[in-house]
Design a protein around this ligand. Sequence first.
Ligand SMILES: C[S@@+](CC[C@H](N)C(=O)[O-])C[C@H]1O[C@@H](n2cnc3c(N)ncnc32)[C@H](O)[C@@H]1O
Length: 277
Amino acid sequence: MEVSGSDSDGREFRTAEELWKEEIGDASEIEKRKDWYRKGVGYWEGIEASVDGVLGGYGHVNDVDVQGSEAFLKPLLCERLGSQNRNLVALDCGSGIGRVTKNLLLRHFNEVDLVEPVSHFLEAARENLAPENYLSSDMHKPANFYCIPLQEFTPEAGRYDVIWIQWCIGHLADDDFITFFKRAKAGLKPQGFFVLKENIARNGFVYDKDDRSITRSDAYFKELFSHCGLHIYKMKEQRGFPEELFAVKMYALVTDVPRRPPGNRYRISKNNPAIIK
Ligand SMILES: C[S@@+](CC[C@H](N)C(=O)[O-])C[C@H]1O[C@@H](n2cnc3c(N)ncnc32)[C@H](O)[C@@H]1O
């Protein structure tokens, strides 16, 4: 990736390849790559299984985050899946303690699967979503809990209407990002889509040496999407987060070329003033 960036110590990298070479080595250095992923998961293994824990001490942004996600998701569900009379299924990737599943996905989907590599987070999710702690119903319930990192996970073919990936894709190196999405595409039903909600770097990338995660710029993401064979159906910036945080964007990604341009730039509003003849 021809983008420059820096790490949390202020060290500059001319390209992302320079970073990846140093952190995970080349294809032959399998142990080095495994070790890098172990350290990323190891960071989260030391974090309390709570909303504040998974949000890095910013538990108070939960409500604004969920409202922003809801406003993004609802029209997409209508537009893409509104006419489908079917059992709706979502996958919550890097689900942590099930925060997104509980506050958002279970309100819109009949079944939600969770995938998360940190076992004490997944156990907390199981408990938070248990019928005695959550008003679940037979119509809206968590289904499967997979304890595995995304770079090793293959979603069941044709099972999902939406694959939701929030605040975890920075834990995947570029090549694993691409292979994950390529595998996951087969997990979508017809008209299904991905939602990626992520921190966005102003330029290039910022690498966090503590949790081994990379924050990519919008241009960096777009280049990766094209390598995955994905198209942006809609994109929106999350508003209302504290100023000191990274900007956050939501991307709805589809496997087919959208029939209208992404965003609503060319949409004609029904309320436009017009000449009355
Ligand atoms: C900032 S938390 C976000 C959790 C959840 N998505 C949310 O929004 O509440 C990051 C999550 O990514 C998970 N994670 C770390 N490495 C991962 C990997 N390789 N694959 C999938 N998830 C990973 C962590 O265990 C943690 O649950």
